[in-house]
Design a protein around this ligand. Structure first.
Ligand code: MG
Length: 244
């Protein structure tokens, strides 16, 4: 198990060895079960501007910077190019809506997984496209001893959001590692695309309603149906690189 996937990854990128030293976690839909609230907030707020965004589309566009998503919707539905400023104002409405939602729960199994990762001597990095200050500020205290501010990349650190590889490349740099020394954990198709484009071994955990095929099509190296499944497979995955 996993031997074939690791071999495929190495061959696909022309790397000699897979030696993970850090795991790079996405935030929404990975650390927190926040996506249902984001989906509803997107739908409600865009409706006010006359834009239609079905809750399931929020999952499809997840990972993209909010402003870019709004500009894309305007292009599709209004046939026009809106300014960054207009889009930013509209995004503010979405953020307000999200702030009124109940607090998102931590994803089941993710803290256990992080403890295993830490015990195995790997660093934990968070790479999110979020600019939701309310969530970002609490990360360190909510994942006490597991997440550290200096290993956090948010929308404030990058010019290009996912699916551009920049956020993950920035994560590698902050951790001081090469692509074959990292593992990306993502739930969204565009996030998977970003991890793959950064040449990092990318694990997709399908915590939302999208078909698994969408994650496979973006090139995910491994796909799990939920976080507890990934947690329970961690030791097996580790055996494979330790012995390779
Ligand atoms: Mg996500």
């Amino acid at each position: 198990m996993f031997e074939i996937e690791i071999k495929k990854y190495l061959e696909g990128h022309g790397f000699e060895a897979f030696k993970p030293k850090a795991v790079l976690f996405d935030m929404d839909g990975v650390l927190y079960n926040s996506m249902p609230y984001h989906a509803v907030s997107w739908h409600k707020s865009m409706k006010r501007f006359g834009l239609d965004m079905k809750p399931e589309e929020a999952y499809q566009y997840e990972g993209m910077r909010g402003v870019e998503t709004i500009k894309l919707l305007a292009r599709q539905q209004w046939n026009k190019e809106i300014t960054d400023e207009e889009a930013a104002n509209m995004y503010e409405e979405k953020s307000n809506e999200f702030r009124q939602c109940p607090k998102a729960e931590k994803m089941e199994g993710v803290e256990d997984l992080m403890r295993k990762i830490k015990a195995d001597g790997l660093k934990i990095v968070v790479v999110t496209g979020s600019g939701q200050k309310s969530l970002l500020e609490k990360l360190e205290s909510e994942f006490n001893g597991l997440i550290h501010r200096e290993l956090l990349i948010s929308s404030f650190d990058v010019k290009h959001g996912k699916p551009n590889p920049e956020p993950y490349l920035c994560g590698l740099k902050k951790a001081g590692i090469e692509p074959w020394e990292g593992i990306v954990v993502e739930n969204a198709p565009l996030g998977v695309r970003a991890g793959v484009a950064a040449n990092i071994f990318t694990v997709a955990v399908n915590t939302g309603p999208l078909p698994q095929k969408m994650l496979a099509d973006e090139g995910a190296n491994l796909i799990f149906k939920d976080m507890p499944s990934f947690r329970d497979s961690w030791d097996k995955l580790k055996e494979n690189w330790v012995n390779s």
